[in-house]
Design a protein around this ligand. Structure first.
Ligand code: C2E
Ligand code: CA
Ligand code: CA
Length: 621
């Protein structure tokens, strides 16, 4: 009998063990003790089973050398059995799988008669790799077999299908990005592997601006194309180990695993914004899209994915205030307007009467030297139960309830009195300018002009040292506003257009109003990234100020790069965390007490000249 036949014989037993498990083996054994005819019939049946099996059945010796290979190998793998006979099965293994397969091989050797099941990639005759599911049994001790029996089948299709199902369950079909479930999972995982001390997890929450508008005016096909392109930009802006997910209709989330400082997350935001500065091609339309990005960074205390997400979401809403691309880092003080409940009108009334309000003063400085030029007064409320509230948490309430009138008067009186004391005690030979914010409703107070003049008189404050900051939306009732502001200006008080550039009618107001100062909104400072696109608005505003011969102040400078770029564009005066946060009176006095009051600035590079335009806020008074 040929070797082939001998093995086929063997499979009377092995095939039983394999294909129909031990029960069949028992059956076969039973068959063996039945009549000879029965036995031969049984043999034929199993021979057919092995020979015709769609599975590949092979027997290898202890070293892995093929002793027998079933004919089905040709159909399944493209090899004729004799091609493989006498060659080690290891030759067929994918190099990446060899190490693991060898471990499994040792386990098979060590565990005679035990079934071992595994999956691995094998090379087919046409040089393609296919996944095989292999069931192996060590029958080296079995005198009729003396080998390890492999029974395998090609499961490439099954795996591909399973992978596809898994991918579909975890990914967004349109953009191919991870979905919300994976995002949350990866975020939780990242938080576990970073301690918040040396390694942090960063979360970016991104929302397309006016996506509804895009859908409404260009159709859903275009909307889809915008989402796909945005997804590509996001993916291209992160490392392979980060997770980019589509977490809602036009919302995206990014998990930055293991970053060593918050700055890394801002760099990512900056890269994304740079990637979206140029118009994109979406289903045949050329569109300009922009994103609002909120960033939250894990610290020692945050290990809760939901909390980090909430922070990133909150920061994103702050970023929305800017019309174009912008990002905002979460800070604890953003929280005040949103958490811990909301104050009531009655409480606010009490607060004004009982001195629960207080002012902080944010330094306004010469951008190149850090020299202190003035301060903007910013109101806060020490609420008895809700803690310290920022103005965004109660100014709207004051405006709606009419309490803004007494509140505004209190702010102006307190700030003028305070700064006047500083001016008198300060031996320097320069004045100290004061900026105070004015709400739209205050412009409608019938005797506003008288009230302001009275306060200046009572506190001895010079009108030309005071700037009143108004936002464009303050000018809704234009005729009244123009009249009141013109009167104030006639008395020497300076007017600043706050948040300049974010409204729609900036330019028109400029021609109708006696404006002295433009305050470049923080949005346009965050857009600075060293490119002409990033500095377009900042540059336009400084040019405008030169043409109109008025001052410009850049707001919200948070780092030296921004300070540098603004100085190079010609800005001379600035305000922002890079120089100083809003300070309590004592902290502010500490600066005043320096021989030459200045804040630390680091400007690099030659050619930083700050003579053009601008000047200190009071220079043109
Ligand atoms: P605003 O007039 O634009 O004031 C600047 C705001 O930006 C302040 O927030 C300030 O803390 C913040 N800021 C300053 N530098 C930076 C920076 O580098 N980065 C960032 N991210 N932010 C910076 P604050 O104190 O929360 O005031 C918010 C707004 O509340 C003010 O915006 C102003 O419109 C209003 N407000 C403040 N005080 C008064 C007030 O007495 N009366 C009225 N009517 N409104 C006020
Ligand atoms: Ca302001
Ligand atoms: Ca502002």
């Amino acid at each position: 009998a040929s070797q082939d036949d001998r093995y086929t014989e063997t499979f009377l037993w092995v095939g039983g063990a394999f294909l129909v498990s031990l029960a069949l083996l028992a059956l076969a054994t039973a068959a063996a003790i039945r009549s000879d005819a029965d036995r031969r019939r049984g043999e034929r049946r199993f021979r057919t089973l092995v020979q015709e099996s769609a599975d590949v059945i092979s027997v290898v010796d202890g070293t892995g050398m093929h002793q027998y290979v079933s004919p089905s190998t040709l159909a399944v793998m493209g090899y004729r059995p004799e091609e493989l006979a006498g060659r080690p099965y290891q030759e067929l293994l994918n190099p990446d799988d060899v190490e693991r397969a060898m471990r499994i091989h040792r386990a098979i050797i060590q565990n005679p008669a035990q079934e071992v099941r595994f999956e691995t990639r094998l090379r087919h005759a046409d040089n393609t790799w296919h996944w095989h599911e292999i069931v192996a049994r060590n029958m080296l001790a079995d005198p009729t077999i003396r080998g390890i029996v492999f029974n395998h089948r090609d499961v490439t299709e099954r795996r591909r299908f399973a992978d596809q199902l898994a991918h579909e369950a975890s990914h967004d079909a349109l953009t191919g990005l991870a979905n919300r479930a994976v995002f949350l999972q990866d975020l939780a995982q990242a938080l576990l592997s970073a301690d918040g001390l040396t390694w942090h997890t960063g979360v970016l929450f991104l929302d397309l601006n006016d996506f509804k508008g895009i859908n409404d005016s260009w159709g859903h096909e275009t909307g889809d194309a915008v989402l796909v392109t945005t997804a590509q930009v996001l993916q291209a802006s992160v490392r392979g180990s980060d997770t980019v997910a589509r977490v809602g209709g036009d919302e995206f989330g990014i998990v930055l695993a293991k970053i060593d400082e918050p700055r890394n997350a801002e760099d990512v935001a900056q890269r994304i914004i740079s990637g979206l500065i140029k118009p994109i091609d979406a289903a045949g339309h050329t569109l300009q899209v922009s994103l609002s990005i909120g960033i939250a960074i894990q610290d020692q205390d945050t290990h809760d994915p939901d909390e980090l997400l909430r922070q990133a979401d909150l920061a994103m809403y702050k970023a929305k205030r800017c019309k174009g691309n912008s990002y905002q880092m979460f800070r604890a003080d953003l929280d005040t307007a949103h958490t811990a409940g909301t104050p009531t009108v009655r409480e606010l009334e009490t607060a004004i009467a009982q001195q629960q309000l207080y002012l902080e003063y944010q330094p306004i400085v010469a951008i190149a030297s850090g020299e202190l030029l003035g301060a903007e007064a910013l109101v806060r409320w020490r609420h008895p139960t809700l803690g310290t509230l920022g103005p965004l948490a109660f100014i709207p309430l004051a405006e709606d309830s009419g309490l803004i009138k007494p509140l505004g008067a209190w702010v102006l009186r307190s700030a003028c009195a305070q700064v006047r004391r500083w001016q008198q005690g300060w031996s320097g030979d320069r004045g100290l300018a004061l900026s105070v914010n004015l709400s739209p409703q205050q412009l409608e107070v019938p005797d506003l002009v008288d009230q302001v003049l009275r306060i200046l008189d009572e506190t001895g404050f010079a009108p030309h040292d005071l700037a009143l900051e108004i936002t464009e939306n303050a000018l809704v009732k234009e005729d009244i506003a123009i009249r009141v502001l013109a009167q104030l200006h006639d008395h020497g008080i300076r007017l600043a257009l706050d948040d300049f550039g974010t409204g729609y009618s900036s330019l028109r107001y400029l021609t109708n109003l006696p404006v002295d100062i433009l305050k470049l909104d923080r949005c346009f400072v965050t857009e600075l990234d060293g490119t002409p696109e990033g500095s377009a608005v900042a540059e336009a505003v400084i040019r405008l100020s030169h043409v109109l011969r008025i001052d410009a102040i850049a707001e919200g400078i948070e780092d030296v790069g921004q300070a540098n770029e603004l100085a190079q564009l010609g800005y001379a005066v600035a305000q922002g965390y890079h120089f100083a946060k809003p300070l309590g009176p004592e902290a502010f006095e500490a600066i005043l007490n320096q021989a030459v009051p200045r804040l630390p600035v680091v400007l690099d590079g030659p050619g930083v000249t700050c003579s053009a335009g601008g000047g200190p806020p009071r220079s043109s008074a």
